[in-house]
Design a protein around this ligand. Structure first.
Ligand code: CMC
Length: 380
C-alpha cells in the first residue's frame, strides 16, 4: 500500500479541468484561455458566460444570460424572514451560509443533478447571492431590504441592494472588476470542497453551502476581513512595522493577505487591485489604507528576505482597502468574495456532475493496533 503523504494535498492532481490555469511561478491566471488582465475589461456577466460555456458571449448570448438571471433574482419571502430572525450580532458568513442552504427548501427540484437542473439552480444562485448579501447588510443596519432593479447589472444590483441608492458608473465598474478577479481560481479549498461534496451526487445547494463554509476560513476568503481588521488595529503607517514584527514573532504568526499555496510571485490579482486601490485613494483623498498596505508589503519583503523566503500579497490584500473605500464594513468582505465565487463554484459543479467520480482519499493510520476489548466496569 502506498503510504506517501501529501499534507494539505499539496501538489496532488485529482482530475482534469477545462476551466482555469494558474502558473504560480510566472504569476499568471487564465480563465478558459484568457489572461485575467484582459478580462478586467469585461463585465462579470461576460466572465460568467465564459466560465460556464467555454467562451465569451455574443451580444445575444449575453442578453439571454442577463434575462435568465433576472427571472430568479427576487428572494423567497421565507428566506428574507429567516434573515430577519438572525440575531443582530450574527456573523454575515454564518447568515449567508444558512440562507443559501435554506434556499433548497424553497426550490421545487433541489436534488436533480442533471445538467439542466444544475444550470437552473446555478443561474438562480448567481442572481440571488448578491441580493442575499445586500439584504443581509440592510437588515443589519436596521433598514428594509431593497427590491433589485432588473435594469441593473449583477455588480450594479449588488451595490443597489446594499445601499438602496442607484450606484455610479465608476463604483459599478470597480465592483465588476472585483467580481471578475474573484470569480474563479482552480482547485482552491472551497472549490475542492464543493466538488468533493457534489461527488457524492448530493445537490447543488449542499455543495455550495459547503463551499461557503470553506471560504469563510481566515486562511482562505476570510483573509480579506482579516486584512482590514489588522489595518484598523494598526491605525497608522508609523505603527505598521511594529505590528508586522510582533505578529511574525508569535508562534505561527501570519500576516493576513500574504502568501499563497500556488503563487511563488505576486498574485496577478493583487497587481490589478493595487492599481484600483491607488486610484480610489487618489480620487477619494482617503489614502491611509493604501499607504499602510504599501508599508506592510515593504516590511514583509524585508522580513521574509531575512528567512530566504518570498511571501507576497495575494488577492485579499488590496481588495480590503478597495472595499473599504467603496464603503463596506470589514465583515462583509468575505460575503462579497462568495458573491463572486459562485460563478467559479458552479462552473466546477457542471464539470463534476458531468463526469463524476466519488472523491475519497485515504489517511495513513498511525494509531494503536491489537488492543483487547474489556467491558466498561473492567476498565482501569
Ligand atoms: N505570514 C507570515 N508567514 C507566512 C505567511 C503569512 N501570511 N504565509 C506563509 N508564510 C510562511 C509560513 O510561516 C511558512 O514558514 P515556515 O515554513 O518557516 O513555517 C511558509 O511561509 C510556508 O507557509 P505554509 O503555510 O506552509 O504555506 P501554505 O501553502 O500551506 O499556505 C496560506 C498558504 C495562504 C495558507 C498562507 O500563505 C497563509 O496563511 N496566508 C495568510 C492567509 C491568507 O492571506 N489567505 C488568503 C490566501 S489567497 C486567497 C484565498 O484563497 O482566499
Amino acid at each position: 500500500m502506498d503510504e506517501t503523504i501529501y499534507r494539505g494535498l499539496n501538489g496532488v492532481n485529482v482530475d482534469t479541468s477545462q476551466i482555469c490555469f494558474i502558473d504560480g511561478d510566472k504569476g499568471e491566471l487564465i480563465y478558459r484561455g484568457y489572461d485575467i488582465r484582459e478580462l478586467t475589461e469585461a463585465s462579470y456577466e461576460e466572465v460568467v458566460h465564459l466560465l460556464w460555456n467555454g467562451d465569451l458571449p455574443t451580444r445575444a448570448e449575453l442578453e439571454a444570460l442577463r434575462a435568465e438571471a433576472q427571472e430568479d433574482v427576487v428572494l423567497p419571502d421565507g428566506v428574507v424572514d429567516l434573515l430577519r430572525c438572525m440575531p443582530a450580532g450574527a456573523g454575515p458568513m454564518h447568515a449567508l451560509r444558512t440562507a443559501v442552504s435554506a434556499l433548497a427548501a424553497f426550490d421545487p427540484n433541489p436534488d436533480g443533478v442533471d445538467h439542466e437542473n444544475v444550470r437552473r439552480i446555478g443561474t438562480a444562485l448567481l442572481a440571488r447571492m448578491p441580493v442575499l448579501v445586500g439584504t443581509l447588510q440592510r437588515l443589519r443596519e436596521g433598514k428594509e431590504p431593497v427590491v433589485p432593479n432588473p435594469d441593473l447589472s449583477i455588480a450594479g444590483n449588488f451595490l443597489y441592494t446594499l445601499t438602496g441608492e442607484e450606484p455610479s458608473e465608476a463604483a459599478t465598474k470597480v465592483m465588476d472588476v472585483a467580481l471578475v478577479l474573484h470569480a474563479e481560481h482552480g482547485s482552491n479549498a472551497s472549490t475542492f470542497v464543493a466538488r468533493s461534496t457534489a461527488s457524492t451526487l448530493t445537490d447543488v445547494y449542499s455543495a455550495i453551502t459547503a463551499g461557503i463554509a470553506s471560504l469563510k476560513g481566515p486562511l482562505h476568503g476570510g483573509a480579506n476581513t482579516g486584512v482590514m481588521n489588522a489595518l484598523e488595529e494598526i491605525g497608522s503607517v508609523e505603527n505598521v512595522e511594529r505590528y508586522v514584527l510582533d505578529t511574525l514573532a508569535k508562534p505561527n504568526g501570519r500576516i493576513m493577505g500574504f502568501g499563497h499555496r500556488v503563487y511563488k510571485v505576486r498574485d496577478p490579482r493583487a497587481n490589478i487591485l493595487e492599481h484600483v486601490a491607488e486610484r480610489l485613494a487618489r480620487e477619494s483623498g482617503e489614502s491611509k489604507w493604501f499607504e499602510m498596505s504599501l508599508e506592510m508589503e515593504r516590511v514583509m519583503d524585508r522580513e521574509m528576505a531575512k528567512k530566504g523566503r518570498e511571501v507576497k500579497p495575494n488577492v485579499d490584500f488590496f481588495s480590503a482597502s478597495v472595499y473599504r473605500m467603496l464603503g463596506f464594513p470589514a465583515d462583509m468582505y468575505t460575503p462579497i468574495f462568495a458573491v463572486a465565487r459562485i460563478s467559479g463554484w458552479m462552473a466546477h459543479l457542471f464539470e463534476q456532475y458531468a463526469d463524476n467520480r466519488l472523491v475519497r482519499p485515504r489517511l495513513v493510520y498511525e494509531g494503536p493496533r491489537g488492543k483487547t476489548f474489556a467491558p466498561v466496569d473492567q476498565r482501569a
